[in-house]
Design a protein around this ligand. Structure first.
Ligand SMILES: C[S@@+](CC[C@H](N)C(=O)[O-])C[C@H]1O[C@@H](n2cnc3c(N)ncnc32)[C@H](O)[C@@H]1O
Length: 327
């Protein structure tokens, strides 16, 4: 960890040096920016590494950024995943189980950019939506009367009563939870669902390709290494059904494993290629050292190779989605 520089310090330094002088403040801004780019800096609840913003929540092993670029990626990724699942945000068994048109209460845990909620509101405007995340990126993006956001860390217990929601949704926590935390988190999801109601969980399965697929192969090796350092399981998607079954008060309704071949030129495939490129950029401060990418040039070259290999080789992306009913 490098220098600690709070926002307040930046501004008061600026003022005390006669902030009205635009030359001085421009020079200071330049200095601060170059410091932000070159070092790890902590500003209040944000750590900046290699120019990207990360959370500072001590209980969490989550290692993706939380800045605007990442929110944009999450929004793009949402549409890729939605297309992979036939254009729906809900598994068919979930659509059948609840009356979404009349209106039910829905909780999205770790709602990120809020895109899943926003898209659901478009499809089902009569439902009441709740979302929580350990950072407040969502709140900045959604201002709709059907939606209530709360800061909430699922590892510390969700800020909701038992038996509250008709649907509890959680997606893409593979880089957020240690393997041993998953069963506890699944229990927490079930706790806040009403009896007779539904929990839907969707995860990427970071399966290693069976053949060498150039930069994509290297990327997955590096991702697995970071996950291992953090006691995370990159293939946790395959354990979801078992974890649900371990809850004596749940019944699994549906498990859907889907795969996209990213060089097939389909609209979904192109979206996933874009997503992998953006994801890799956000991961560079973690995967860079493992891949020996020490300079900006080396990092750019790797991203270039990745784009080429994703477009030309038979690289696969896999997801697993599971719906369970609370008994
Ligand atoms: C990969 S993003 C997925 C966002 C969203 N679910 C989606 O599918 O677009 C993971 C999100 O989970 C949030 N998160 C990570 N750990 C969390 C925790 N312990 N409690 C609540 N939110 C968490 C992150 O801040 C981030 O917004």
């Amino acid at each position: 960890m490098g220098n600690k520089l709070t926002k307040e310090q930046q501004f008061s330094d600026n003022e005390s040096k006669g902030g009205s002088s635009s030359d001085t403040s421009r020079a200071m801004t330049k200095e601060i920016l170059s410091e932000l780019r070159s070092k790890t800096t902590i500003i209040k609840d944000t750590t900046i590494e290699s120019g990207r913003e990360f959370h500072t929540e001590e209980t969490s092993t989550y290692w993706l950024p939380k800045d605007d670029e990442e929110q944009q990626r999450l929004t793009g990724q949402h549409f890729a995943v939605k297309e992979l699942y036939g254009g729906s945000n809900l598994l068919p068994s979930v659509e059948k189980a609840l009356d979404f048109n009349s209106g039910v209460s829905i909780l999205d845990i770790g709602c990120g950019s809020g895109i899943w909620v926003m898209d659901m509101i478009t499809d089902y405007p009569n439902c009441k939506y709740y979302g929580c995340d350990m950072v407040d990126t969502t709140n900045k993006n959604i201002r709709l009367p059907q939606f209530e956001f709360a800061i909430g860390n699922v590892l510390k217990g969700l800020p909701y009563e038992d038996n509250t929601f008709d649907l509890v949704h959680m997606r893409l926590f593979v880089f957020a939870l240690r393997e041993d935390q998953w069963p506890i988190v699944i229990k927490e999801l079930v706790r806040v669902a009403k009896p007779g109601c539904i929990v839907q969980v969707t995860e990427v399965d970071l399966k290693m390709p069976s053949e060498d697929l150039g930069a994509y192969h290297k990327l997955l090796v590096a991702i697995h290494a970071v996950c291992e350092q953090r006691s995370q399981n990159p293939r946790i998607a395959l354990e979801l059904e078992k974890m649900m079954l371990e809850n004596t008060n749940t019944k699994v309704l549906q498990t859907e494993y889907r795969t996209c071949v990213m060089n097939c030129q389909s609209s979904t495939a192109k979206k996933f290629i874009w997503d992998w490129i953006e994801l890799s950029k956000g991961m560079l401060s973690h995967i860079g050292p493992i891949l020996g990418l020490n300079t900006n040039e080396e990092q750019k070259e790797f991203i270039h190779e990745l784009r080429r290999d994703l477009s030309n080789l038979e690289c696969l992306v896999h997801f697993n989605a599971i719906a369970a009913k609370k008994l």
